[in-house]
Ligand binder design. Structure first.
Ligand SMILES: *[C@@H]1O[C@H](CO)[C@@H](O)[C@H](O)[C@H]1NC(C)=O
Ligand SMILES: *[C@@H]1O[C@H](CO)[C@@H](O)[C@H](O)[C@H]1NC(C)=O
Ligand SMILES: *[C@@H]1O[C@H](CO)[C@@H](O)[C@H](O)[C@H]1NC(C)=O
Ligand SMILES: *[C@@H]1O[C@H](CO)[C@@H](O)[C@H](O)[C@H]1NC(C)=O
Ligand SMILES: *[C@@H]1O[C@H](CO)[C@@H](O)[C@H](O)[C@H]1NC(C)=O
Ligand SMILES: *[C@@H]1O[C@H](CO)[C@@H](O)[C@H](O)[C@H]1NC(C)=O
Length: 550
């Protein structure tokens, strides 16, 4: 019986030619046409990236265990990839959509992403990882709903709304990239958008409606370039229920600081007088505060929104204190991060500590951003493919950076790859030596965010860690001259991007890859390269390597 089952499942995978999908689970199919178009969010017509004519792109509404199939047609004039910020892609960095993991989709070509969303119930977004395409669209919301079998720790909301907020420039992506290539930065954003709108467009008709007495879920993600945004709703406190795939202790907030790359789900009840209300997103830690508003209307509204906007908090300390109020709900009967049981993370021995220090440097008179003194560059051959084909040394060197970086001399410009032993439990310290806020994201994993403090990290700081109910998440901010600590088990084999979510920094080298190899080259640990994978650079035209064994 056991043998027969194994055969059947092997058969399914061979037939599908994918080894990725689990045939019993439902499929969601999307065909996306990525093209340029023109929109006018800040009163100036400008070139943006559309998906099926939409800006922002379509929402993916999935349920845990769904197989998501997205066939992306690149109708731009440049190579393109989408990455699925925070979706873990278990055993499947092939679908991660970063240039170290897969070849880009050439102009005029298409690539079909196949991935299965697991028990990471929550709010996410996708965005272009190539060039600075992200600056002009191509992003959209991605939800993972709970299967009916698994209860969520709150009543079903009346409706469920996605709110993508971001700083915004009126320049084209080519102009913005030109600035970075010439050693300059983007400068101050031209404005803030809510779901791709601002000004009149966002304030002449309601973005959302609420029935009196009912409770709604809002999924708020900062999809921007570099600016933390404070989000709030006039007269309506928000009950936080989920953060980057974890159910959290349900505290009530007047406003939330959403750092770049982060997502929060909140519940809002329409229990105030029947009128319109503004939702507000405003920049934090900037000299000049920029604000966007959008209208939420009660269905029985009888008055416009009051022009008096709720105040934003001031200063870093407020934001740091807010982080400390975030707690994982240990009793929610929802899915746990992998591996099962790792939620007792405070009892696992640390096998390695890696300190990640961000900095900047001038190289040949041009600005570069670094991690531990190394500024990453993407080459023509994806790192993952060089490794999979057995000649990593032709493309990169492992471990140029040290776990405990020494004070920097001249920065090195090279592909930045560290390898970590499969299934080891690692502590990562992010130390920010600069004067601006940082936001770090790791693909392929969630990590436990255990501490955040001003100053420099020392081993003694471990006694301040939250070893009980730190939230398992994928993106963490680091305040200026401060550090943040996370812990995780590297149990997902693949080549995973660790990046600054701040576009200028990432583009100018502040990103790296973590290689986690399956020691047995087993399909239990990692899928084979997909049939439809493009081959580029040094692997162009080479036959696919011997498949992994079961
Ligand atoms: C994709 O969009 C481009 C630009 O709008 C258009 O020319 C093309 O026909 C579209 N392709 C499909 C398959 O819809
Ligand atoms: C999203 O999917 C869930 C579960 O299938 C469904 O209940 C809900 O109506 C969907 N929402 C939208 C906006 O399609
Ligand atoms: C491109 O799209 C076609 C269907 O239109 C599909 O058969 C093919 O597999 C896709 N190519 C890739 C590389 O996914
Ligand atoms: C945690 O989840 C449980 C189970 O669903 C729920 O009853 C409880 O209210 C939640 N606790 C908090 C503090 O939010
Ligand atoms: C963790 O380390 C301590 C001290 O070195 C040791 O006594 C203990 O057995 C280890 N625990 C596990 C689970 O390996
Ligand atoms: C990392 O790569 C180096 C160089 O190939 C190798 O010697 C080492 O064993 C690897 N370590 C891990 C943890 O995979």
């Amino acid at each position: 019986m056991v043998g027969r089952l194994a055969l059947v499942s092997l058969f399914c995978c061979l037939v599908a030619g994918l080894t990725v999908v689990n045939a019993e689970d439902p499929y969601l199919y999307y065909t996306w046409n990525v093209s340029y178009g023109t929109v006018t969010p800040l009163g100036v017509p400008q070139q943006v990236i559309l998906i099926n004519g939409q800006f922002p792109g379509p929402n993916i509404n999935s349920t845990s265990n769904n197989n998501v199939i997205v066939n992306v047609f690149n109708n731009l004039d440049e190579p393109f990839l989408l990455t699925w910020n925070g979706i873990q892609q278990r055993k499947n960095s092939w679908q991660d959509g970063t240039l170290g993991a897969q070849c880009p989709i050439a102009p005029g070509k298409n690539f079909t992403y196949h991935f299965q969303v697991k028990d990471q119930i929550g709010s996410y977004f996708y965005y272009p990882s190539t060039g600075v395409h992200r600056a002009v669209g191509g992003f959209g919301g991605l939800r993972v709903n709970s299967r009916l079998l698994i209860p969520v720790p709150y009543l079903d909301p009346e409706d469920d709304y996605t709110v993508l907020i971001n700083d915004w420039y009126t320049k084209s992506h080519a102009q913005l990239k030109g600035l970075l290539d010439s050693g300059k930065l983007f400068g101050r954003p031209n404005g803030v958008l809510i779901n791709g709108k601002s000004g009149k467009e966002a304030n002449s008709a309601p973005l959302f409606t609420m029935k009196p007495g009912k409770t709604y879920k809002y999924r708020i993600c900062n999809v921007g370039m570099k600016t933390t945004l404070n989000f709030r709703i006039q007269g309506h406190p928000m009950k936080l229920v989920e953060m980057e795939g974890s159910h959290v202790v349900q505290n009530v907030y007047e406003s939330l600081d959403v750092h770049v790359g982060q997502c929060y789900s909140v519940l809002v009840t329409a229990d105030k007088e029947p009128r319109d209300y503004y939702m507000v997103a405003s920049t934090r830690f900037t000299k000049k505060v920029q604000t966007a508003t959008g209208i939420i209307a009660y269905t029985n509204s009888n008055a416009p929104a009051s022009p008096v906007l709720p105040e934003a908090p001031v200063g870093w300390a407020w934001s740091l204190n807010q982080f400390r109020t975030f707690r994982w709900n240990l009793t929610a009967s929802a899915a746990r991060p992998n591996p099962q049981g790792s939620y007792h993370y405070g009892q696992i021995n640390i096998t390695r500590t890696i300190k990640i220090v961000n900095n900047n440097a001038k190289v040949g008179g041009k600005l570069r951003y670094t991690i531990n003194g190394v500024s990453h560059v993407d080459g023509a051959t994806p790192l993952k493919l060089a490794e999979y084909y057995g000649f990593p040394e032709k493309v990169f060197k492992y471990n140029i950076i040290k776990d405990d970086p020494v004070p920097e001399v001249a920065p090195i410009i090279a592909p930045n790859v560290a390898n970590i032993t499969f299934r080891t439990f690692v502590e990562v310290i992010f130390e920010n030596h600069e004067t601006t806020i940082q936001s770090w994201h790791l693909d392929g994993y969630s990590f436990f965010a255990v501490a955040m403090e001003p100053g420099k990290w020392t081993p003694e700081k471990r006694k301040n860690y939250n070893l009980l109910d730190g939230v398992s998440r994928h993106t963490i901010q680091v305040f200026p001259h401060s550090w943040s600590a996370v812990m995780l088990t590297f149990d997902n084999a693949g080549m995973w991007n660790l990046r600054s979510e701040l576009t200028e920094r990432r583009y100018l080298g502040q990103q790296m890859y973590i290689s986690v190899l399956s020691p047995e080259k087993s399909l239990r640990d990692e899928y084979n390269i997909p049939e439809n994978a493009e081959l580029c650079g040094l692997v162009t035209g080479l036959p696919k390597p011997q498949p992994y064994s079961i």
